[in-house]
Design a protein around this ligand. Structure first.
Ligand code: NAP
Length: 281
């Protein structure tokens, strides 16, 4: 058996086109601002991608680059300024921040109705409570991929490898909201292979090349690889041993071209939603 490849690029193009068509009808266009602290080559790549996505969707875009040693107050002032900016509907801060900055204070400084990646504790709380809020882009992207390929999480077992605040935990919450039975694994899980083998839906976001081998995957499972790693030759890859797992799974996401593009497209959609909610038509 060879798995159906879940084409994140195609889904992302579809989502972005829907956003573009909606934005086209708006008199005032949505706006997004990204705040980058320090020089980080990966963050620069994400920034270029977001700029391109915004351009494709007709969304206004700004970047704020702050030095690595920026004082906390200066960063909070920039966020305060963006909170008040009429033309900005979505604020995205590139985490992780340098060690001297207080992540929680930064997350709490973002206006919840402009928090398009769901990092403000009140939005995280709403997500957990099942109240309507922005869904964090990566876990939301995974849900979109499942829906696109007709995978209903209800009555299924999911094993989520990774418990970070930006992927694993919110992913588990979204799956629970869709009636999935979720097991969350991490580095202290006693038997990761056994937990993975039970999964109808296996999602990996560990950031560990080759972590998920074919013997850890149930025949016919849906395998979603969130991770973005580099192999020994410097090529992008995920956590899953793609070639062998694709022979066993029913559905699989590639890296690159799987979750990543959909994550970015969801960010565009969230920014549009933020603008619509703020009555900017
Ligand atoms: P993170 O904060 O480092 O969290 C990694 C999680 O995986 C932790 O909970 C860790 O367990 C667990 N883990 C690591 N190695 C493990 C192992 N050998 N066995 C079991 N669990 C293990 O990372 P993150 O920010 O969630 O990102 C995870 C990956 O997803 C990275 O590769 C990142 O680049 C990628 N990512 C992709 C997107 C996208 O849009 N495609 C978005 C965000 C992140 P402990 O908690 O015990 O340490």
């Amino acid at each position: 058996m060879s798995a159906v490849v879940m084409d994140g690029k195609a889904l992302a193009a579809k989502i972005k086109e829907q956003v573009r068509l909606r934005v086209e009808q708006m008199e005032r266009k949505p706006g997004m601002a990204m705040v980058l602290v320090g020089e980080n080559s990966a963050a620069q790549v994400y920034e270029t991608g977001k700029q391109r996505d915004c351009r494709q969707c007709g969304i206004y875009y700004e970047t704020y680059r702050l030095p690595e040693d920026v004082p906390q107050k200066e960063l909070l002032d920039v966020i305060g300024f963006l909170n008040e900016r009429e033309g900005i509907d979505g604020i995205l801060i590139q985490f992780p921040l340098p060690g001297h900055l207080d992540d929680r204070a930064v997350q709490m400084a973002i206006r919840p109705d402009k928090d398009v990646d769901c990092v403000h504790p009140s939005n995280v709380g709403d997500l957990t409570l099942g109240v309507d809020c922005f869904w964090p882009c990566t876990p939301a992207g995974v849900m979109r991929l499942l829906a696109e390929y007709g995978v209903d999480p209800a009555f299924k077992n999911c094993t989520m490898v990774g418990r970070s605040n930006i992927v694993g935990k919110p992913q588990a919450m979204l799956l629970l909201r869709h009636d999935c039975t979720v097991t969350v694994c991490h580095t202290k899980t006693p038997d990761l292979a056994a937990e993975c083998r039970r999964a109808d839906i296996l999602i990996s976001a560990a950031g560990h090349v080759g972590l998920i081998s074919a013997d850890m995957v149930k025949e016919g499972a849906v395998v979603i690889d969130v991770a973005v790693n580099r192999d020994t030759e410097g090529r992008l890859c995920g956590d899953v041993d793609y070639k062998t797992v694709a022979q066993k799974a029913a559905y699989i996401t590639p890296v690159p071209g799987g979750v990543g593009p959909v994550t970015r497209a969801v960010l565009m959609e969230n920014t549009l939603t933020a603008a619509l909610r703020r009555g900017k038509e």
